[in-house]
Write a protein that binds this ligand. Structure first.
Ligand code: TRP
Length: 334
């Protein structure tokens, strides 16, 4: 879409609160993209309503998620930051793509199967077509690269299939996007079960550290982190708990694994866990301060939302007009 720059698109739901896994593996590095790519980062409130939401909470979290993006270093002057429901083209293209996506394909999505099991009393059509709306988000901006967690890989593959199918029928219409799965996200594991990825929706509060957790909570969670037998601070396959803490410490301090091992040689797990907690809390302190400042300034956040959605709507309209023309909708815009 931009002749000079390739496009990055990613979305985050305004539900739950992001973890240090999201921060270290994804958001922290998003800012680097804005130098070389045109980046859209979207708060996907339309995806959020596929499960029941309390309206006041959804609204608050939408502001908070945007504030968190900015606090983590995404400059609204350099990135298009916006809210999905402010750009009607997402729902519009979502419907169109529904008609080019097969029931069988959507039935195979593991997230749909998981969420259906968890929300047995609310298996709505939106939960089923969630991936086509996601495809619309991505394809609307002719995105080349989509940073996501590994759990979204299947949805990205479906997005590619839909784009290829559409292009085959109507000629080149959409850029076929690639997933970008940051290596580090996979590496940050649950503090309660280091064999499992740290997940923002984990029901066990002690399993995750949130970007916005206060210092005392962070220290306490690391203190309670599951470690392994023995007492040596060493990175090893048979020491998943300690290895995970070493990865986290290394990510926050920039020290290598070897440096960390030497620093804690001869010291016990207790000292090490406290140091990890301190390093994490210190690194997050400026993000938290900025978040507090931003959420107190609703007018500023609304200004960002307004400018972001205007820019996004303008870019999305170009794709929509192409799509309409291609398959025979009458288009009065010209
Ligand atoms: N489904 C993604 C998630 O739950 C969020 C999302 C929605 C998204 N639309 C997107 C991510 C487009 C990347 C691109 O994490």
């Amino acid at each position: 879409m931009y002749k000079d720059k390739k496009v990055v698109f990613s979305g985050v739901q305004p539900s739950g609160v992001l973890t240090i896994g999201n921060y270290l593996g994804a958001i922290r590095s998003f800012a680097d993209f804005s130098e070389t790519y045109h980046c859209y980062y979207c708060v996907v409130d339309e995806h959020a309503i596929t499960v029941r939401q309390v309206p006041a909470d959804l609204r608050r979290r939408t502001y908070e998620t945007l504030a968190l993006y900015i606090a983590c270093g995404l400059d609204p002057e350099k990135n298009t930051l916006f809210v999905q429901s402010h750009v009607s083209a997402h729902a519009e293209l979502g419907w169109i793509l529904d008609c080019y996506t097969m029931f069988g394909e959507l039935s195979r999505m593991t997230q749909f199967k998981d969420k259906s099991a968890k929300n047995a009393d609310n298996i709505n059509a939106g939960l089923f077509t969630y991936p086509t709306l996601m495809a619309a988000d991505i394809l609307l901006y002719q995105s080349e690269l989509v940073p996501v967690g590994v759990d979204q890989k299947q949805h990205l593959e479906l997005t590619r299939d839909i784009a290829l199918r559409f292009n085959q029928i109507y000629g080149d219409t959409f850029v076929v996007p690639d997933a970008y799965i940051p290596k580090e996200t996979a590496k940050i594991m649950s503090l309660a079960d280091p064999e499992k990825k740290m997940s923002k929706s984990d029901e066990n509060e002690n399993a995750t550290v949130r970007i916005l957790d206060p210092k005392d909570v962070i220290i306490r969670k690391f203190k309670r982190a599951v470690t392994d037998s023995g007492s040596e601070v060493r990175y090893a396959e048979d020491k998943p708990g300690v290895s995970n803490l070493i990865s986290i410490y290394s990510a926050f301090t920039g020290k290598t694994v070897g440096e960390v091992e030497r620093e804690f040689a001869g010291k016990g797990y207790g000292d090490f866990k406290l140091a990890v907690g301190e390093a994490c809390a210190d690194a997050l302190a400026p993000v938290q301060a900025e978040f507090a400042r931003l959420t107190a300034d609703k007018a500023y956040l609304e200004d960002v939302m307004r400018k972001g959605s205007e820019a996004a709507a303008h870019d999305a309209a170009r794709t929509m007009s192409k799509v309409r023309r291609k398959f025979g909708f009458t288009d009065l815009r010209r």
